[in-house]
Design a protein around this ligand. Structure first.
Ligand SMILES: N[C@@H](CCC(=O)N[C@@H](CS)C(=O)NCC(=O)O)C(=O)O
Length: 210
């Protein structure tokens, strides 16, 4: 059975949401970020990102990580993409053009949207939030235009592209000015987050200690 290593309060939400959409069974090993533990060295400390057993699996000491069919895979977007391709049916690409379009949104999510959105999420002052918001203006304006006449990112159906991008855009959501100028993007994010599989993932995420 596919095993996901990582707590919900991490980028593990990406593959976990998709697994819920697919409705497949998976095994959860809740590895927590070492920095979130008061004393990682204590004997009773839970499995964490620098635990020797986990570091042996992922030398980057980061979550999420999966094991499936004898393969260990890291990088949340690669993991989510793999699950879609292998198990996801129409959540994954059905043609080479769809594959290219999904790859486009996946790479935009990981390289252009995630860094400033995380800046906003972690900001402790307005200057940092303003900087992240300014960096998101161009990609968000493009997404807003695209979503003005598309319900979903690719092929008029909900796909892995929506999962990967929505989970990166979410990091900016707590700062309303970042999304306010982009109503179609905000509506699409709301559609994504209204899905039962996202709601189930989010409830479990919120049930974890902060
Ligand atoms: N590019 C990686 C980044 C993974 C990453 O940084 N994960 C964080 C949690 S979301 C982590 O494990 N940090 C290690 C730690 O804080 O101990 C991915 O997308 O999977």
């Amino acid at each position: 059975m596919l095993t996901v290593y990582g707590v919900y309060r991490s980028r593990a939400t990406r593959p976990i949401w998709l697994l819920g959409e697919i409705g497949m069974e998976w095994r959860h090993v809740p590895v927590i970020q070492t920095r979130r533990l008061a004393s990682a060295g204590a004997g009773e400390a839970p499995l964490h990102t620098t635990s020797p057993d986990f570091a042996a699996l992922n030398p980057m000491c980061e979550i999420p990580c999966i094991e499936d069919d004898g393969m260990v895979l890291t990088e949340s977007l690669a993991i989510t993409w793999y699950i879609a391709r292998r198990y996801g049916g129409t959540f994954g690409p059905q043609t080479q053009k769809e594959e290219a379009q999904m790859a486009q949104w996946m790479l935009l999510a990981g390289t252009t949207i995630e860094p400033p959105a995380l800046t906003i999420l972690g900001a402790s002052d307005d200057a940092a939030r303003d900087k992240g918001t300014a960096q998101l203006a161009k990609p968000f304006a493009w997404l807003d235009r695209h979503l003005a006449d598309h319900r979903w990112l690719v092929a008029d159906r909900f796909t892995v592209a929506d999962v990967m991008l929505a989970e990166c855009v979410r990091y900016a959501q707590g700062h309303p000015p970042a999304l306010a100028p982009y109503p179609h993007l905000a509506d699409w994010l709301a559609r994504c987050q209204a899905r039962p599989a996202w709601q189930a993932m989010w409830a479990r995420r919120n049930a974890e200690p902060a």
